[in-house]
Design a protein around this ligand. Structure first.
Ligand code: GCU
Length: 443
């Protein structure tokens, strides 16, 4: 190696060492600030100690339950019974019960939307006609600027990308992902026959959108005094029933739909939402609360998403209540990791899916052998299956089974479930979801 080559290599080595150190320091400070905010919330709740959650590492001594035989029986609250014990028989009664369920989720789990949230002004940052693989696409890069005149110390700019097939001549359906803003074509895997989700949508003549959740609200407790939550609270800590990140991200999706309503190229009556993991939780919360979302693709959403929390298997309420995850929820949800338990939850995932009814929901999971058991595929299936009676009451089709299906078997209905062969990804289920959505979106 010559001298300049040596120095180049040394430079690369030193800078990657420095940046690793820096990002470690950054992570440490995020963790410390999250821990402090979490502690403050515990004080507000009058809680001094929490039960620790099980470990996601199957080898750990305190590993989460991953053996079906170890699941204890549990009693689930019924979405079709009012808080006072009377049964919901009619659709009119369901509307009233629905309001009760929203109140329970607001107060106990996801938090309330503030009474007044500043407006958002959408700007088109750029517009490009380009190709995504073999597919022409018009990409609009958008920015949703939140009015911060009430507290100018905090800026919030929502990052949204819209990709539309340019020659369609009519307004098209759009599936919006909570995700990351990768460039066109990114994510295409080696095998040339496999299209990315964006390409699959363009091929159908549909559009896609990507909303970057962390442009609305940071994905940690340290950021709760910033972002849209911090802006509304003028930089102060949250109250016990204030909204968490999931509702803030969902609010961002609603603002994106406001924009779609102004864009002639988008059919705002055919907008779907999709996400994976924490963004799968966000997609389900967004759909439950936003009636303009016509269809949902809820990927590996696990605890706090489509998974039944009363079921002690995989991730637990104690994990959600920790300083690493509480920011997704209202502070009040921490109570369920001490003094309360999951048995005290007045609502569970099937209530959340029921709030989406009668609109179609596709619940997706990976293979337990590849993805692991943390997300609890069966728990997510049950979240959809147990919402069935509400779908049926509204004249729609439930899964019509409570039996967990074999892998790669679609359990069909207006609420559907499929466990694919892959890992922690939605990719293998995209063709299945698109076929499901066709039933509702093709005129
Ligand atoms: C962790 C967390 C999950 C979450 C996941 C993710 O595993 O426990 O609840 O869904 O991260 O978002 O990747």
């Amino acid at each position: 190696m010559n001298k300049s080559g040596f120095f180049l290599l040394l430079g690369v080595f030193v800078s990657s060492f420095v940046s690793a150190q820096f990002s470690q320091q950054y992570r440490d400070s995020i963790n410390r600030l999250s821990y402090e905010d979490h502690k403050l919330m515990m004080e507000k709740l009058g809680i001094s100690e929490l039960r620790p959650g099980p470990s996601g590492n199957p080898e750990a001594p305190n590993a989460a339950i991953s053996d079906e035989a170890k699941v204890q029986p549990y009693f689930l609250p019924n979405p079709l019974v009012f808080n006072n014990g009377t049964k919901v028989i009619t659709r009119e009664q369901w509307e009233k019960r629905r309001a009760e369920i929203f109140e329970l989720f607001d107060r106990e789990i996801y938090g309330r939307l503030p009474e007044s949230i500043p407006g958002v002004k959408w700007e088109i940052v750029s517009e490009n006609d380009t190709m995504d693989g073999d597919f022409p696409v018009k990409i609009k890069q958008l920015k949703g600027v939140v009015d911060n005149s009430s507290y100018p110390e905090i800026d919030v700019e929502i990052d949204l990308t819209l990709g539309i097939p340019p020659e369609s001549g009519e307004a098209v359906p759009v599936i919006m992902e909570f995700g990351f803003n990768w460039p066109a074509g990114f994510g295409r895997i080696q095998n040339d026959d496999e299209l990315t989700w964006k390409q699959q949508l363009l091929q159908k003549g549909w559009g896609y959108a990507v909303l970057v959740p962390v442009s609305v609200q940071a994905d940690n407790g340290a950021g709760l005094r910033q972002g849209i939550i911090g802006l509304v609270n003028k930089g102060k800590p949250r109250n016990v029933d204030d909204w968490g990140a999931l509702r803030a991200w969902a609010w961002g999706a609603s603002r994106a739909i406001d924009y779609f309503e102004t864009d002639k190229e988008v059919d705002e009556t055919r907008v779907g939402i999709e996400g994976l993991s924490r963004y799968g939780k966000a997609a389900l919360v967004a759909m439950a609360y936003e009636p303009r979302i016509a269809i949902g693709f809820i990927g590996s959403s696990g605890a706090g998403g489509a998974k039944i929390l009363h079921r002690v298997f995989g991730e637990q309420v104690e994990n959600l209540a920790s300083s690493a995850e509480y920011h997704w929820f209202a502070g009040n949800s921490i109570k369920y990791a001490g003094p309360l338990t999951q048995e005290d939850l007045p609502v569970d995932a099937h209530h959340l899916v029921a709030l989406c009814a009668p609109r179609p929901v596709f619940i997706s999971s990976g293979s337990a052998a590849v993805e692991g058991q943390w997300v609890d595929a069966k728990g997510m299936f049950l979240g959809g299956a147990m919402a069935g009676p509400v779908y049926e009451l509204l004249g729609k089709r439930s899964m019509r089974t409570m039996l967990f299906p074999p892998q790669e078997t679609l359990v069909d209905g207006d609420v559907a479930f499929r466990q694919h062969e892959g890992g922690h990804t939605n990719k293998p289920n995209w063709p299945w979801f698109i076929e499901f959505a066709e039933r509702y979106f093709e005129k």
